[in-house]
Design a protein around this ligand. Structure first.
Ligand SMILES: [Zn+2]
Length: 283
């Protein structure tokens, strides 16, 4: 499932192709993904110029000159493919249509954006740009982890009086937006905090230590995505999926990477999701 860095990589891949470009033709091949598409979506997209492509949490938001904003959520298996890019940054030929190509946007300069999603947990919606932040998917979101509002004082205050495990707190989208399982596991490892540790039993100093580390793990992953973007000219134009090297995530039974530690990475299940951690380094 794409997390914030993958979504940001997709956004950065799409932005130079879409921003300033007009959607000459929109093809919508089915009535819904996770939810129904908005009414007359193809018609409302056709002829609209994409002014800006931004990201909020794991949502890509395309502000259109029609006064509407296109919301794109990749869900579990959603993929964005770029083809026919007039600037030659991506593959030149449009691929043959595939079974799960649900939305195809042909841009005025010949580029094509294809949204393919086999499991259809993704979503697209259109809303007035002026009230985009009030969209049901966006309204309750906490601050962006890479933005200024996500500060040490914010996190300490948001967790004050709470008793849940720190892992659950960091996955709570109202506390901080867009963090997922992988990067929470990595941040907790780097801070030496056990994922099951109750928030009420963590000092303000240890909670505050998470803020710069969360930014760091996300920024490193985005940088890795950026290096994968540079290889797309030879690749198939698919954006946003790249191999990370994780310290704990997915490494159950493998040796802990902390110098001098002889433990292995353990896995526990919290709220139905796997947490990976080192029982010696994380308390
Ligand atoms: Zn260790």
């Amino acid at each position: 499932m794409p997390e914030l860095p993958e979504v940001e990589t997709v956004r950065r891949g799409l932005a130079p192709v879409m921003e300033g470009n007009t959607i000459a033709k929109a093809l919508v091949n089915r009535p819904d993904l996770r939810w129904p598409f908005p009414e007359r979506m193809a018609e409302r997209l056709t002829g609209a110029r994409v002014e800006r492509l931004r990201r909020r949490s794991k949502y890509i938001l395309g502000d259109l000159d029609s006064g509407e904003t296109l919301l794109i959520h990749l869900g579990m298996t959603g993929r964005m493919l770029v083809s026919g890019d007039a600037l030659g940054r991506f593959v030149h030929d449009h691929p043959a249509p595939e079974k799960h190509d649900h939305v195809v946007l042909d841009l005025a300069d010949g580029a094509r954006i294809t949204f393919n999603d086999p499991r259809r947990f993704g979503a697209m919606d259109l809303m007035p740009t002026a009230t985009a932040e009030q969209h049901p998917l966006l309204a309750a979101l906490g601050p962006e982890p890479l933005g200024n509002a996500f500060s040490e004082s914010h996190l300490v205050a948001a967790l004050s009086g709470r008793t849940m495990p720190i892992k659950s707190a960091l996955l709570d989208q109202k506390i901080v937006a867009g963090l997922g399982n992988i990067y929470v596991c990595e941040a907790l490892y780097r801070c030496g905090i056990h994922p099951g540790r109750r928030v009420s039993r963590l000092s303000a100093k240890r909670i505050a230590s998470l803020v710069p580390v969360i930014r760091q793990v996300l920024e490193e992953a985005i940088a890795a995505g950026g290096s994968s973007l540079r290889d797309f000219r030879q690749a198939d134009g698919e954006l946003g999926y790249f191999q990370h090297s994780f310290d704990v995530y997915g490494r159950e039974g493998a040796p802990c990477r902390t110098p001098g530690c002889t433990e292995t990475v353990h896995r526990i299940v919290q709220s139905g999701r796997s947490s990976f951690y080192c029982p010696s380094c994380q308390r």
